[in-house]
Design a binder for this molecule. Structure first.
Ligand SMILES: NC(=O)C1=CN([C@@H]2O[C@H](COP(=O)(O)OP(=O)(O)OC[C@H]3O[C@@H](n4cnc5c(N)ncnc54)[C@H](O)[C@@H]3O)[C@@H](O)[C@H]2O)C=CC1
Ligand SMILES: O=C(O)C(=O)CO
Length: 303
């Protein structure tokens, strides 16, 4: 008999309840408590498989989880939550779930792009406070969206933006063909984008990809959106560019430290719109995510 530990929260609990019936499966234990990363060896003792919902897994703690053979990360970007190579070297296979939420994240990217252009979050705060300050923001139809990374999510962002009448320029390691998208060099994308969205995966190669030198090449006054990973961007250089106006406004869903600490420098800037790593949080994406996670767990159990 194989046992699965499910790192579960109140948002995902109804999804689990919909997509599988405990009892149809081998022993499944669902944990409804916060998944305390200091106590992983204790919590995971005796389990073969864990479904991890964005809990940071320190290698030192995981070393002590001796029964564990499979870690199913409920998402694509596991590298921000665990040292995948170290876990695999000690016999814990890491599974990720690609493509479950491409449309969800793309829609959130577009929402941030528009919120940034029209400064919606700040206007909402001001109107609520009784301050009636009308302000202008750029119209985006006919403008250029630059994409760094044209994979699953970048491709969906491109599809929606092209449909809205934006010119889409994309840089990707391997050129791709997509209707409404023109492939370009990185320098062309940086120089021409009125809105820039980064949609790369985080790896040793892409960490700090948008560094100070590349930020300096951005079209002055452009809008920047990051729904991928914070570590892709030099945060200090991005903040300096926001302060100088090189970047007009940034829409950010991902941060070096999540939750974003209270009082963080980004929270002090007027020209940023922040969301709580929620790009993938739609019922459609959650359902696909959990179904596929359960499928992976079942296929591992059968082996
Ligand atoms: N905010 C959210 O809720 C979510 C964020 N994400 C993040 O979104 C990002 C994109 O995810 P996907 O579209 O699924 O990834 P993907 O793997 O489908 O696409 C990434 C693209 O980047 C390209 N690429 C990789 N290295 C490159 C390099 N050095 N130079 C140029 N291009 C390079 C690849 O060829 C690929 O086309 C990831 O960082 C992921 O962690 C994913 C899901 C939810
Ligand atoms: O899938 C991912 O990598 C996310 O960021 C959200 O889970």
């Amino acid at each position: 008999m194989k046992t699965i530990f499910v790192d579960c929260n109140d948002q995902l609990r109804p999804v689990y309840d919909r997509v599988f019936r405990p009892g149809d499966d081998p022993a499944i234990t669902v944990n409804y408590e916060p998944f305390d990363r200091e106590k992983l060896p204790e919590i995971l003792a005796g389990y073969d498989i864990v479904l991890n919902d964005h809990t940071f897994m320190p290698t030192e703690q995981m070393k002590l989880c001796t029964s564990l053979k499979h870690v199913v990360f409920l998402g694509t970007g596991a590298a921000s939550y665990m040292d995948v190579a170290a876990l695999e070297a000690m016999g814990q296979k890491v599974h990720t779930i690609k493509g479950y939420g491409d449309t969800a994240v793309a829609e959130h990217t577009i929402a941030l792009m528009w919120a940034a252009a029209r400064d919606l979050a700040r206007m909402d705060r001001q109107v609520r406070a009784g301050e009636w300050i009308t302000r202008e923001g750029p119209q985006l139809t006919g403008k250029t969206l630059g994409l760094i990374g044209l994979g699953g999510i970048g491709g969906e962002v491109a599809r929606i933006a092209a449909g809205m009448g934006m010119r889409v320029l994309a840089f990707n390691r391997t050129p791709r063909q997509q209707a409404g998208v023109t492939m370009a060099s990185l320098d062309e994308v940086l120089a021409q984008a009125d809105v820039l969205s980064i949609n790369l995966v985080l790896s040793n190669e892409t960490e700090n990809f948008l560094n100070a030198e590349r930020i300096a090449k951005l079209k002055p006054g452009c809008i920047f959106v990051n729904t991928a990973r914070a570590a892709l961007v030099d945060e200090k250089a991005m903040i300096a560019a926001l302060e100088s106006g090189q970047i007009r406004h940034a829409g950010l869903d991902v941060f070096h430290e999540e939750p974003l600490p209270k009082g963080h420098p980004l929270t002090k800037l007027d020209n940023v719109t922040l969301s709580a790593h929620s790009g993938y949080r739609t019922p459609d994406a959650s359902e696909t995510l959990i179904r596929r996670a359960i499928d992976i767990a079942r296929s591992v159990i059968k082996k």
